[in-house]
Design a protein around this ligand. Structure first.
Ligand SMILES: [Zn+2]
Ligand SMILES: [Zn+2]
Length: 403
């Protein structure tokens, strides 16, 4: 249909109004990100962050409600249709990392840093929500500002606060420091791994370092158990299914000449296949039982909640990819690519409604990559307006049938 057709004008005017409102918000989005970056809060402690988000929205005359415990913010722009509306989600928590960047808006809270880009996610969603409001909400949307993503249970908290009530689809962005600014990815299918953290406590019997035969040495047992896990898991599970078990902490002992009573291992199971994740856990439990019998120690594995893998819905992802094509050009948008074995609790929303987590390029054109979760992580702020625009153009396409 020609773009000057009267029937197409409402669609054009919605997009134009939104783009105009976003242009006005562009410099504020960068200011939002800098404020958040300078005032990071750890998972489960996002009280000031949530209050600040609420204050910004209230100043715009946008109604909102805080999540339970005054963490997280849920906002509706316009009235969601009875058939179900679209939710836009951003996370807002930081990490326990001592920032090494020295720019003026570096973290003012030593040991806490926005090193996963959640400051950018929140800033982009704030910009999108404000622009949508100023554009007269040609389509309705729910904004979900979620705490505790890094802790893995923030999404569940927002869901129990009713964030998905009346929602039929959900979209989100994660910054990608490997993708240059001006590029994006919208890939259907698995994006992140199923993730289950665990601890294993080995209860032995301590004693003098000179007489290990009179002890049940939990350090030696821990060493043996780690080796057995690393040998057994890849030999026990189908190599075609990606699964990895990593032991990342060992705690035992307090002196070089005393065999301790206990040792503790902490680790994680990551897999792109739920069946493999469950099989890896069962194998680990069997190894603990076997080593306990062989050594005489009591070995107690404890598993935390398994976060499911993020699986992007093909239909929603296809629409988001179209929006990205229009904004960035087809050559600048990835629609295929390998999944990450990282975890992302956006997966919890996708257990209930279809959706898509896109990736937004934020790499400076002339600087080396600074990876997520590192003390020098930084991003190209000129990408932020692209992110807000991508969220709103995807929203328009999802909420309105094509003209
Ligand atoms: Zn992270
Ligand atoms: Zn993240």
């Amino acid at each position: 249909m020609p773009t000057d057709s009267p029937l197409s004008l409402p669609c054009l005017s919605s997009q134009e109004r939104i783009d105009l409102a976003l242009e006005h918000a562009a410099s504020r989005i960068i200011a939002f990100r800098r404020h958040l970056h300078q005032h990071p809060e750890l998972s489960l402690k996002e009280f000031a962050t949530s209050a600040w988000i609420a204050q910004i929205l209230e100043a715009e005359g946008i109604g909102l409600r805080l999540g339970s415990g005054d963490r997280g913010v849920i906002v509706d722009v316009g009235t969601l249709p009875a058939s179900g509306g679209i939710a836009l989600r951003a996370d807002c928590d930081a990490l326990p990392i001592l920032e090494e960047n020295t720019f003026p808006h570096a973290s003012g809270h030593p040991g806490v840093m926005h090193a996963c880009g959640h400051d950018a996610h929140t800033a982009m969603l704030l910009g999108a929500v404000i622009a949508l409001h100023h554009a007269g909400a040609p389509v309705a949307a729910r904004g979900i500002f979620q705490p505790a993503e890094e802790a893995g249970d923030g999404a569940l908290g927002m869901i129990s606060d009713g964030a998905l009530n009346g929602v039929s689809a959900i979209i989100a962005l994660h910054v990608d420091p490997n993708l240059p600014t001006g590029r994006a990815a919208a890939v259907a299918g698995p994006q992140t791994a199923s993730c289950q953290d665990f601890s294993v406590t080995i209860h032995g019997r301590g004693g003098h370092a000179a007489r290990p035969h009179l002890t049940i040495d939990p350090v030696a047992i821990a060493a043996s158990l780690i080796t057995q896990i690393y040998q057994a898991v890849p030999r026990h599970l189908d190599s075609r299914q990606a699964v990895v078990v990593s032991i990342c902490q060992i705690h035992a002992g307090h002196a070089s000449n005393v065999i301790p009573d206990t040792a503790r291992l902490d680790g994680t199971i990551r897999s792109l296949d739920n069946g493999s994740a469950i099989a890896a856990r069962e194998k680990l439990e069997r190894l603990c039982r076997g080593v306990a019998v062989g050594s005489g120690a009591e070995i107690v594995p404890v598993f935390e909640r398994r976060i499911p893998g993020t699986v992007n819905d093909p239909a929603v992802t296809g629409v988001c990819a179209e929006a990205a094509f229009e904004l960035f050009g087809p050559d600048a948008v990835l629609t295929t690519g390998p999944a990450s074995l990282g975890a992302e609790d956006f997966a919890d929303y996708l257990q209930l409604v279809p959706g898509c987590m896109m990736r937004l390029g934020v790499k400076y054109p002339d600087r080396p990559v600074t990876p997520l979760h590192t003390p020098t992580f930084d991003l190209d702020e000129t990408a932020l307006i692209h992110g807000s625009r991508l969220l709103l153009h995807s929203l328009l396409k999802l909420a309105q049938p094509p003209c």
